[in-house]
Design a protein around this ligand. Structure first.
Ligand SMILES: [Zn+2]
Length: 124
């Protein structure tokens, strides 16, 4: 399962962060999923419930956010937020565009529990 190996990779990153900040546990993991990443948010969330078992993120909640693709136009230099079905430049209508966002999975934020009273938010 593709999503499970992605989750194990996320858990590795989260575990590193938790150790770095001497966190007791992880409260929340927020990830951004590009619409062209080929990742199904619901599958990712359910894979996360398997991958987190026995880790510092065992009690963590995963929040997913789908991110629209973004292209930069080689002809006019504009950046456009586009749909997966059309990667045309919105400024000039050209099709000579390069994808700069939307095909990746990003660990956007990890919320760590440092002690009983306090939680610290760590942005990546
Ligand atoms: Zn353009």
């Amino acid at each position: 399962m593709h999503e499970l190996s992605l989750c194990q990779n996320l858990i590795d990153q989260v575990t590193d962060l938790a150790h770095k900040h001497q966190a007791r546990s992880v409260a929340c993991v927020r990830v951004q999923i590009g619409q062209l990443a080929g990742v199904e948010p619901l599958l990712l969330e359910s894979a996360f419930t398997i991958a987190r078992v026995g880790t510092v993120a065992e009690l963590a909640e995963m929040v997913t956010e789908v991110v629209a693709p973004c292209v930069v136009c080689n002809a006019c230099g504009s950046e456009s937020e586009v749909t997966p079905s059309s990667l045309l430049c919105l400024a000039c209508g050209g099709n000579d565009t390069r994808l700069i966002r939307g095909d990746e999975l990003i660990l956007a934020r990890v919320e760590l529990v440092v002690d009983e009273q306090r939680s610290s938010r760590v942005a990546q």
